[in-house]
Design a protein around this ligand. Structure first.
Ligand code: ARG
Length: 283
């Protein structure tokens, strides 16, 4: 019943927005007192979202029964949910992860949703939403190399080829915990999986849940151990200074998590990621 009411409210909001011609100034009736929230988006009436769909179950391309690749993952569903709550259309702009950081920093998109960790360094160039997911960090290898690694200390040996995605906190983790090894930085998380499976890398740093997800499609992957990282959890990156938009995103995000919808998104994404998916970004 509550759901039906929410849908009806969303519909009413969408209709009233359509009647206004989709202005960027969104009037949101939260209760009978008609509180108004105003925020600007890059394009009127649209929430432009940068994402890096090389990261199942966060964001990836799932192939449907007709062979078409569609953006999927719990970050994608979360962004759609937020746009809907804000009465905006959603437009995804897929790119490599370092591109997401750059575009959010430049303010050419309204938000970056890409399994982003709240690294304090990044706060110089963007604002963070509240945390919406708790994911740990992993050091991974393949079955063929598993006997080289017993713990995190064994990941720090000269001559090892250790992978991490460009611009990620995993690059920092590699520098910290595998300082004596050779760091191989690659643009996509899926490049890392491919190079590991192909035997070009000995090990890599990646988000724990991403490793688990790819392990289902590549049973050769081995999760060696967890890697400690202080700024835990995942947040949405929002261009600096757009406080009204950040507040609206936080309100929608909190609602999504608290009502349990986000947990459903996670479960759906995990199942979808076990099916046929595209390895990397579409060209
Ligand atoms: N959590 C890590 C970071 O923020 C990696 C995120 C990579 N995301 C992706 N979609 N490839 O640095």
């Amino acid at each position: 019943m509550k759901k039906i009411l929410t849908i009806a409210l969303c519909l009413m909001l969408a209709l009233s927005l359509a009647a206004c011609g989709g202005n960027t100034v969104v009037e949101e009736a939260t209760d009978a007192t008609e509180a108004t929230a105003t925020y600007k988006t890059v394009t009127d009436g649209v929430l432009t979202v940068a994402t890096s769909p090389d990261y199942a179950p966060y964001e990836f391309y799932a192939i449907d029964e007709n062979g078409n690749a569609n953006l999927a993952g719990f970050d994608i569903e979360l962004a759609k949910y937020i746009a809907n709550e804000l009465g905006l259309e959603v437009e995804f702009v897929p790119m490599d992860f370092d591109g997401v950081l750059m575009e959010v920093g430049l303010g050419t998109v309204d938000m970056g949703v890409a399994g982003l960790s709240p690294d304090p360094e990044r706060e110089k160039t963007m604002d963070f939403s509240v945390t919406y997911y708790e994911g740990g960090q992993a050091f991974i290898t393949t079955k063929a190399n598993a006997d080289k690694f017993t713990d995190l200390a064994s990941a720090n040996q000269a001559g090892l080829q250790i992978g991490a995605q460009i611009g990620t906190i995993q690059e920092d983790l590699a520098k910290q915990f595998s300082a004596d090894a050779d760091l191989v930085s690659l643009p996509k998380a899926t490049d890392i999986i491919a190079e590991l499976i192909g035997g070009k890398l000995d090990g890599a740093y990646i988000e724990w849940d991403v490793a688990e997800s790819y392990q289902k499609n590549y049973p050769d992957l081995v999760l060696v151990c967890e890697v400690p990282y202080e700024a835990e959890g995942n947040v949405i990156g929002v261009p600096k200074g757009n406080e009204e938009l950040l507040a609206a995103i936080n309100a929608a995000l909190t609602k999504c998590v608290e009502e349990g919808t986000f947990a459903d998104f996670v479960a759906q994404a995990q199942t979808l990621a076990e099916g046929e998916i595209v390895e990397g970004l579409l060209e």
